[in-house]
Design a protein around this ligand. Structure first.
Ligand code: NAD
Length: 259
């Protein structure tokens, strides 16, 4: 690493769900800073596009332990090891009042958002233990610090991510493996548009009105950009954050209430 601490030359990074959305912004930022980056995604078309953009990539569903175990073999053979794991994969889950939520949709939210991170950490550890400065960055959410009416499985799953992060930081810190989380506010992109639409449907209010509420969640009255999350990821994963462990870092323009 150079003096400014953001040179990732020679570093090997895996970003789950890294072929689109926030994951792609994170993967691109690491690549731009010199890292060898592997992305995985459940979407075949997105993986093909990522390969064309110069990423090592493969298709996998992080909610399958068998897929994740195989993924780590692919990462090892493509990158020769692993220094940074970014557990970015996460789905929005269903929107609705708790008594109207479907059990399968609830379980699926946890399968991807929580169990996916468990599998990735479990199977990445043999590689991370060989790194001289390993780091794990887990994607939580502002909904992992606050409640969010109508999004109970999502919010509960993202609180679980923070609990996992804090526990792993203690378990692995002694080995020099740091574990932190990022809690983004509403991020500009297709996902938040779909969430706003679902929320408007649930509340019976116009989409534009709910969109304004989502902007106003931030004291800066704007959505977060995917690149803002990438900036936090490269900070947390590198030596500038060498004594930052077990933290859930908000990147939300100061959000105190979620709609
Ligand atoms: P997104 O919905 O745009 O999806 C990004 C990618 O995830 C897609 O390419 C999709 O194919 C992939 N994916 C979905 N399920 C997968 C699985 N089981 N295995 C592998 N890949 C899978 O997501 P996003 O908005 O970029 O969010 C990325 C992360 O940030 C998530 O963990 C999300 O919960 C979190 N987050 C997002 C926001 C937001 O406003 N978008 C806010 C806070 C936190």
């Amino acid at each position: 690493m150079t003096a400014h601490g953001l040179d990732y030359s020679g570093r090997r990074v895996l970003v789950t769900a890294g072929a689109a959305g926030i994951g792609l912004a994170i993967a691109s930022r690491f690549k731009g800073l010199g890292a060898s980056v592997f992305v995985t995604d459940v979407d075949e078309g997105a993986v093909e596009r990522a390969e064309r953009e110069g990423f090592a990539a493969s298709v996998s569903d992080v909610s399958s332990e068998a897929h994740v175990a195989e993924l780590m073999e692919e990462v090892e053979s493509a990158l020769g090891g692993l220094d940074v794991l970014v557990n970015n994969a996460g789905i929005a889950g269903p929107t609705g009042p708790i008594d109207q939520l479907d059990g399968d949709a609830w379980r699926r939210t946890f399968d991807v958002n929580v169990h996916g991170q468990f599998y990735a950490v479990k199977h990445a550890l043999p590689l991370l233990r060989l790194s001289d400065a390993a780091s794990i960055v887990n994607l939580s959410s502002a909904a992992g610090r606050l409640g969010m009416a109508g999004r109970s499985p999502y919010s509960a799953s993202k609180w679980a991510v923070v609990g996992l992060t804090k526990t792993l930081a203690i378990e692995l810190g002694g080995e020099g493996i740091r574990v932190n989380a990022i809690c983004p506010g509403a991020v500009n992109g297709p996902r938040i548009s779909a969430v706003i639409e679902a929320k408007a449907g649930m509340l019976g209010r116009p989409v534009e009105e709910v969109s304004e509420l989502y902007h106003a969640q931030s004291s800066m009255n704007r959505l977060v950009e995917p690149e803002d999350i990438a900036d936090m990821a490269v900070f947390l994963a590198g030596p500038l954050a060498k004594n930052v462990n077990g933290q859930a870092m908000a990147v939300d323009g100061n959000t105190e209430k979620l709609y």
